[in-house]
Design a protein around this ligand. Structure first.
Ligand code: GLN
Length: 307
């Protein structure tokens, strides 16, 4: 298949929509990003990459980091993880408080904010504080992306902390239900830091390979997670990766995927490739508007999806 020609076609077809999305201005540091950027990349199992547009521009991965932290937490908690976090779609905005109150402080899934904050808490209990948890998260991301330069942006993390009232509220609510072990401030700060990790679409598509290959990096042979856990992470990405637009994403794109309010989306084509797209303008549910369209075009043009 001529992946390069397909990516070039997609870049042409999405151009008229670049003005439609809206950047995430609730994090002031992200409001400054030029919304009319677009990059897309794929990585095959032998490491071959194809890309188009701003595929080497670093951006804030935001909630895409939730896939990586959940992977790490599953490694040592296994199924015990589901005592503190569910695995059902929430049908609610990613930062909603209402459901968390009704459901006694147990977040619906690891990919909404409450769930990811809870995962960060689990990581802090395991790895400890003083930067150890963040260090382990960064080490894991650098390893799966095969890119040692990856780091987080302190300005973005600080900007989110200054305006993080809702995430602090989620963490406090879980704490009130005894579903958060560590200090609220510390958990939320660590969560914001891993959300502020910066990567480009080439790195992200490379980083998805272990999930396309039953938990094993097909290039290095490193085992990151068991096949069963890889299956489950993919399942939760498919059902919960786009918040209250997860059904819509599955309907249009037909792949396990995860979005972030920085405008990035990662997706997995099992046994074949990792995919990543970036365009900062978001739709009403906080997912990249053009990114979603580009992935829909990709699965339509290639006939590659899980269905
Ligand atoms: N850091 C962001 C937040 O907590 C992540 C949200 C997202 O990417 N959907 O609001």
């Amino acid at each position: 298949m001529d992946y390069q020609a397909i990516l070039n076609d997609i870049a042409d077809e999405i151009r008229p929509f670049l003005k439609e999305g809206k950047v995430a201005d609730y994090i002031p540091a992200l409001a400054e990003v030029d919304p009319e950027q677009f990059g897309m990349a794929l990585t095959l199992f032998d490491g071959t990459q194809f890309s188009v547009g701003d595929a080497e521009t670093l951006f804030s991965i935001q909630s895409i980091s939730k896939v990586f932290t959940f992977t790490l937490a599953l490694n040592f908690y296994g199924t015990d993880m589901y005592k503190r976090i569910g695995r059902e779609p929430s049908g609610n905005p990613f930062n909603s408080l209402v459901q968390l109150e009704y459901e006694h402080g147990i977040p619906r899934n690891p990919f909404i904010n409450a769930g990811a904050i809870n995962v960060t808490d689990a990581l802090l209990s395991h790895y400890g504080d003083d930067g150890n948890t963040l260090h382990e998260v960064l080490t894991f991301i650098r390893s799966i992306a095969d890119e040692p330069s990856i780091d987080y942006n302190e300005t973005v993390a600080a900007s989110e902390m200054d305006h993080g009232f809702r995430n602090l509220a989620l963490a406090n609510l879980m704490k009130s239900f005894n579903n958060l072990d560590n200090d609220v401030q510390e958990v939320v700060e660590t969560y914001f830091k891993h959300c502020a990790v910066e990567m480009d679409t080439k790195m992200l598509s490379r980083a998805m390979l272990y999930l396309a290959n039953h938990g094993v990096d097909p290039i290095t042979g490193t085992v990151h997670i068991t096949p069963q856990q890889a299956k489950r992470i993919n399942a939760v990405m498919l059902t919960c990766g786009h918040y209250d637009a997860s059904g819509d994403f599955a309907f249009h794109v037909g792949l396990p995927g995860k979005s972030g309010v920085g405008g990035g989306i990662v997706a997995v084509i099992p046994k074949l490739m990792g995919l990543a797209v970036w365009s900062p303008g978001l739709n009403a549910q906080g997912n990249s508007l053009v990114g979603t369209k580009a992935l829909e075009l990709f699965t339509t043009k290639t006939g590659l999806s899980v269905f």
